[in-house]
Write a protein that binds this ligand. Structure first.
Ligand code: ZN
Length: 447
């Protein structure tokens, strides 16, 4: 599900769609250091579907290894990419420093970072932002258009027309597809048709809960935890999920919607992730990408990403202070799969507390700390310390930024011109197999 990267060779161009980082267990992360399997200096364009690091995180390495072309993406993606790649560069530097100390003690050579913050800044010079719907000619035979994928701010489905001789072939990359009626952003656009479709399959074998049922459960979990005097810890992707949770909570905290039990309205909500704070500011600048409901809030004079109980945590000291104060609160922190970042400290301080709750609101890839906790491990190791898991563990997949099985089937089924061939990518084996079977049986597609 991570490390998205597709190479397209036409008669005279070499294009990449996405250039993502592998994330998860060590064996997978080691793939990041291997060569790309093509020569980066020969690539003319990178077409980027969205800013998530599993789709964009190897771009600085691509540039470092010789890429000289342009990176084309929507302007919201360009803004998010800037903060995400720098953040990723910072993480790479820290990890290399830690590994180097370990290596030196073992008499081994130092470890070089995969790339640095400076490499990320260099990569950003290649970015060329475009508008949704704009027709972009890469040369006189290849054109591209970005349509809204409804997955995160700026996310896109990529339509690509390639003329070779007399024949034009249309490729469509779904990118990560959003589900219907998500907070803040619009629904994924329906595409007319294509010759070849390359589609994600993350939830190809699952259906999501209805988001409104999940919201009710979410509020109940917060209330129960609040009554027990515990803390609600929400591991969340800094970009996308965090803003959606703020947006949903804003409706209650700012009293646009009534709830039966509302003790939670007295407790503070902390966003403890510098990246999430910067991303929230970028969201505020791109209300042009918002759906009607979110725009209506703005027209009514309410900023849907702000309410008085919402506190943005900036410094490490402020973050540490959160764990010294044991009063009830909600902490939203990154990384979403609990492998890095401040969330690890909050888990360390709350997993063992029976009165606390951990609420997963996003996909947890195999091998990640998040997945291990979600799968019911009785204890986990965090920063070398064994931590008992006594807190309530919940998983709310209705918040997912990915379309579920029905969403994926509906999206491709709505194409007027059926694709000649479909390639399923970006899914674990069961999801790929199940979705492939359904597309063959129900829609008669060649998968
Ligand atoms: Zn994504």
């Amino acid at each position: 599900v991570t490390g998205s990267c597709t190479l397209i060779r036409t008669d005279d161009l070499k294009l990449l769609v996405d250039c993502g980082l592998f994330q998860g267990p060590k064996v997978l992360e080691e793939l990041n250091r291997q060569s790309f399997g093509f020569d980066p200096s020969e690539i003319d364009f990178v077409l980027l579907t969205h800013a998530h690091i599993d789709h964009s995180g190897r771009i600085p390495k691509l540039v470092k290894d010789g890429f000289k072309g342009s990176i084309i993406c929507t302007s919201a993606t360009a803004d998010l990419l800037d903060i995400m790649l720098k953040d990723s560069g910072h993480i790479q530097e820290m990890e290399a420093e830690w590994q180097t100390r370990k290596n030196l003690r073992a008499g081994l050579p130092p470890q070089q970072p995969l790339y640095t913050v400076q490499d990320a800044e260099e990569a950003m010079k290649h970015v060329q932002p475009v508008l949704y719907g704009q027709i972009i000619s890469l040369n006189d035979r290849v054109t591209v258009r970005f349509a809204d994928a409804g997955h995160i701010l700026g996310s896109a489905i990529i339509e690509l027309w390639i003329r070779e001789g007399q024949r034009t072939t249309k490729l469509v990359f779904s990118g990560d597809l959003g589900s219907q009626d998500r907070p803040i952003i619009r629904n994924p656009e329906i595409i007319d048709g294509a010759d070849l479709v390359i589609m994600e399959s993350t939830y190809g074998d699952r259906l999501h809960q209805n988001p409104s049922t999940d919201m009710k459960r979410f509020l109940n979990i917060i209330n129960d935890t609040c009554r027990r005097g515990g803390t609600v810890v929400i591991p969340s992707f800094a970009v996308g999920r965090t803003q959606e949770i703020i947006y949903e909570l804003n409706k209650y905290y700012d009293h646009f919607e009534k709830v039966e039990v509302d003790e939670f309205l007295s407790i503070p909500v902390y966003i403890d992730s510098p990246l999430a704070v910067s991303a929230t500011n970028i969201f505020k600048r791109h209300s042009d990408c918002f759906n009607t409901e979110a725009r209506d809030f703005i027209l009514k004079g309410d900023n849907p990403l702000e309410f008085p109980k919402l506190k943005l945590v900036k410094t490490v000291e402020e973050s540490k202070a959160l764990n010294e104060d044991t009063g009830s609160k909600i902490i939203i922190s990154a990384s979403g799969m609990c492998d890095a970042g401040r969330i690890k400290h909050h888990l360390k301080h709350n997993l063992w507390r029976e009165e606390s709750s951990i609420v997963f609101v996003g996909y947890q890839a195999q091998g990640t700390l998040g997945r291990i906790i979600k799968d019911g491990a009785p204890s986990v190791k965090i920063y070398g310390e064994e931590i008992a898991v006594r807190a309530d563990i919940h998983s709310l997949e209705g918040f997912s930024a990915h379309a579920d099985q029905k969403g994926l089937l509906d999206w491709i089924g709505a194409m007027k011109h059926k694709p000649k061939k479909v390639f399923l990518v970006h899914g674990e084996q069961d999801a790929l197999d199940t979705l492939a079977g359904l597309l063959r049986e129900q829609q008669g597609l060649d998968v």
